[in-house]
Design a protein around this ligand. Sequence first.
Ligand code: DAH
Length: 355
Amino acid sequence: MSDDVDTLRTECLAALAEAQDQRGWDAIRVAFLGKSGRLTGLLKQLGRMDAEERKTRGAQLNRLRDELTRAIEERGREIEAAALDARLIAERVDVTLPVVETPRGGIHPVSQAVEEITAIFGAMGFTVAEGPDIETDWHNFSALNTPEHHSARTDHDTFYLPSKEGEGARVLRTQTSGVQIRTMLGQEPPIRIIAPGRTYRADHDATHSPMFHQCEGLVVDRGITLGHLKGTLIEFLRVFFGKPELPVRFRASYFPFTEPSMEVDIGWSRKTGEIGGGDDWLEVLGSGMVHPRVLANCGLDPKEWQGFAFGMGIERLSMLKNGIPDLRSFYESDVRWLRHYGTDPLAPALLHEGV
Ligand code: DAH
């Protein structure tokens, strides 16, 4: 083999051995095999040779080209693998490092109660409906069978808003009951909804806040009876308070939008404050059979459709369940309070674990 071929091979292999990275390697590839590379230069000279010489020289150069191509490719793979190893080492994550404890927030008791209520009624086939906080007087009162001069309008200490030109009066909703109206107007029975949300009344003391939360419930179908109402609410209260034997009492009452109407009490011990204890009762929600006039206001024939409805104060339920003494503390945004009464954000209300 001629000297120049030997030199070329030696130089190329030496250069490859020294190449440390992709760029150096690429420069060698171009210098030897590229269009104006050294080996390419030698191959170009073949054209000027006579046939015999070209044959031996050609074979020699082709062998060299194959050999160098293989060597270059192999070194390329080595450099690539080394680069990957270096990256893996540089970017290594030490999974054995201890976790840095950062303070974790808590779910506010109101949100937690809404989640629990939703989980329980969800399991009974209810869906969640919503309505606006700024409600028309008609949805909040009139359609719910509360006439213009009825005392309920003043009982509620309503926040009235300036009415727009050509429109009826608007209020900050005093109850979530207006969502019943919106739902009946918006969808055909059968209906099974709960409507949690904010409500507003001009009232402020240890058990009243100008903004608080309620959850409404409505079922409309054929053949709905008081038995359905009682069964549903007893089941709900027993699961919510985690007491399968919780005593529940239905007491005749009055709401304009239900007939008959009932307040619902749960057993409570005045001595120990324990829920489910037996010497007294605590009122926890209002309920009743949907008044035929309310059904008619929403275009439903009361002879064909019956329903029951209920409404509860979310803070009140949360206070009873968690032993929170003062309603105002819900809105003071005191982190210590939240840390105490808040629940773990990574442990959502799931029925199968008991809410
Ligand atoms: N809206 C009532 C209130 O704010 C609660 C209520 C009572 C809702 C009876 C109902 C119901 O749907 O049937 O006091």
